[in-house]
Design a protein around this ligand. Structure first.
Ligand SMILES: C[S@@+](CC[C@H](N)C(=O)[O-])C[C@H]1O[C@@H](n2cnc3c(N)ncnc32)[C@H](O)[C@@H]1O
Length: 277
């Protein structure tokens, strides 16, 4: 390999890092579509305003920024390098300027930093990494920027025990009751939302107490999508099983056994058949 090849390879790696930093690289597009589809299924239209909390490398922004009207997409992301790579590789500086996108880089969930309310808020794969105190902080700020008709969707890993650490981690699990209690502290109402998530996270829909937003019925579609996901996982497991050396040996032996049985039947038939009269 020449030094030019190796330089090109390391550039490719750097270019891909902004994708793998936020999740599995091969599913980057799926996570984009999942968020866009969820928000539009919940009624997001181009004239609404959206705050993308922890917008990362614009995995959702790459679809939402072109869709929304100019000045309607807002992103909060503490990792500047990640956002810069996302802008460069997914949307372009020109689109950011055309759509008058606003970004903030606060690390303390200061949603009020934008100085305005939002119709829709999303925090995808953010609560799945942070301690409870930060979720509490995010809810406190969300309550300040939500109107009675606003809706906030967030995903989290539901588990039997709460993550009790104070650091950001690869996987933080919480009980649903804990999240509900955190939301209630800020007069927010939190419910489970039946929408597929490739990571197995649980979606939440969060509203202000006495809020007017109603979730449209999309249960059947979700059931089908979940069943399709399970079917795909089973097919992958079956394919893996079929490639296992013991299984392949077993299948060969079984085929050989069937042949042997057939040959035995053919060659022993003259001996076992009753002679015709
Ligand atoms: C797994 S990534 C998900 C990114 C994005 N939501 C997506 O779907 O691609 C988690 C993101 O949350 C961001 N994050 C972590 N702590 C944050 C905080 N206190 N405020 C806002 N974003 C935060 C990280 O920098 C990272 O970009």
């Amino acid at each position: 390999m020449t030094s030019a090849d190796s330089a090109a390879r390391s550039l490719d790696r750097a270019a891909e890092e902004y994708r793998t930093f936020v999740g599995p690289g091969e599913q980057y597009d799926v996570f984009s579509a999942m968020q866009f589809n969820l928000l539009t299924a919940l009624g997001l239209r181009e004239h609404h305003t959206l705050l993308d909390i922890g917008c990362g490398s614009l995995r959702a922004g790459r679809l939402l920024i072109p869709y929304l009207r100019s000045g309607h997409y807002f992103g909060l992301e503490p990792e500047r390098w990640l956002l810069e790579q996302g802008i460069r590789n997914e949307v372009s500086e020109a689109l950011i300027a055309l759509k008058r996108v606003t970004f903030a880089h606060d690390r303390d969930f200061r949603l009020t930093a934008f100085g305005r309310n939002f119709d829709y808020l999303i925090a995808q794969s953010v609560f799945s990494h942070v301690p409870a105190a930060q979720i509490d902080r995010c809810f406190a700020e969300a309550a300040e920027v939500m109107t009675p008709s606003s809706v906030f969707v967030a995903s989290f890993f539901e588990g039997p025990e709460d993550y009790r650490g104070s650091a950001t981690v690869v996987r933080a699990e919480f009980r649903f009751a804990t999240i509900v209690a955190l939301a209630e502290r800020h007069r927010l109402v939190c419910e489970r939302l039946a929408w597929p998530h490739p990571d197995g996270q649980q979606w939440l829909v969060i509203r202000r107490e006495g809020g007017t937003f109603t979730v449209p019925p999309f249960g059947d579609h979700t059931r089908v999508a979940n069943l399709e996901r399970e079917l795909a996982a089973c097919t992958r497991r079956l394919e893996k099983l079929e490639r296992h050396p013991y299984v392949r040996l077993g299948m060969r032996l079984s085929r050989a056994g069937r042949w042997l049985g057939f040959l035995v039947r053919v060659f022993t038939r003259p001996l076992t058949q009753k002679p015709r009269r």
